[in-house]
Design a binder for this molecule. Structure first.
Ligand code: GCO
Length: 255
């Protein structure tokens, strides 16, 4: 084991939904920690531009375009990963969407889209990765949950339901796959100033509410999630399993 338990040199990682936002930050951070990283996205141009930018920074990054909601494309994508990168050591299940709607008015297709992308795809990508990792007796799966795995707010019911499911799916994966040598954990971001939240950041009242409701008194910066990802992707977390590590500025600590 490396003297630096956080060293990811020689490890191969896939980060889904990593052409921008939290996923791109995590992909960059894992690569900076020594991993060879495959970006993933649905948009081939955006994904390749992101990968090229990280390569320009001297990082070992490639791109693989597939939609995590397409079962066939996920299976192909995982095989493609191992053909190009070697054994998958780390999967970060980050791909996700936000569709804000009151539950009373929530259309069927909106509910289905959020659950499919934010929960079912986490199951699907996790299963495909575990099928590759289990024969080797090792692997790290990091699901991206949310502070909404624990607490909801009006207008984001489908998202909160999906992220609550991600917490319990993480535990279900742990109890079945830890015996196979895998570590399955989650990161639960609080409020971060990402594209997904741009309209919230721009809303003066919501911005003020976040600053009051968050003990740290501010929005998070996506780079502040990287340490948690490196920890859970590395040997430093070898006996950590089934946990959700909340990175939320203290939101969940108080009323
Ligand atoms: C919202 C936000 C939240 C958070 C997310 C962070 O509309 O309230 O999108 O859902 O950004 O939960 O994990």
């Amino acid at each position: 084991m490396s003297l630096n338990r956080f060293d990811l040199s020689g490890r191969n990682a896939l980060v889904t939904g990593s052409s921008r936002g939290i996923g791109l930050a995590l992909a960059r951070g894992l690569a900076q920690a020594g991993a060879q990283v495959m970006l993933n996205g649905r948009d081939p141009i955006r994904t390749e531009i992101a990968a090229a930018a990280l390569r320009d920074d001297g990082l070992a990054v490639q791109a693989c375009v597939f939609d995590v909601t397409d079962p066939d494309r996920v299976a192909d994508g995982m095989m493609h990963f191992e053909a190009r990168m070697g054994a998958m050591d780390i999967l970060v299940n980050n791909a996700g969407i936000q569709r804000r709607t009151p539950l009373l008015q929530a259309p069927e297709d909106t509910w289905a889209e959020v659950i499919e992308t934010n929960l079912t795809a986490v199951f699907r990508c996790g299963r495909e990765a575990a099928r590759l990792m289990a024969p080797r007796g090792r692997g790290k799966i990091i699901n991206i949950a949310s502070l909404m795995s624990e607490a909801a707010r009006p207008g984001v019911g489908p998202y909160a339901a999906a992220k609550g499911g991600v917490k319990m799916l993480t535990r279900a994966m742990c109890v079945e796959w830890a015996p196979l040598g895998l570590n399955v954990n989650a990161i639960g971001p609080g409020y971060f100033a990402t594209e997904m939240n741009a309209e919230l950041v721009a809303d003066a009242a919501f911005d003020a509410w976040i600053r009051r409701r968050t003990p740290a008194g501010r929005w998070g910066n996506v780079d502040e999630l990287i340490g948690a990802a490196i920890f859970l992707a590395s040997d430093a977390s070898s006996f950590v399993n089934g946990q959700v590590l909340y990175v939320d500025g203290g939101v969940l600590a108080g009323l």
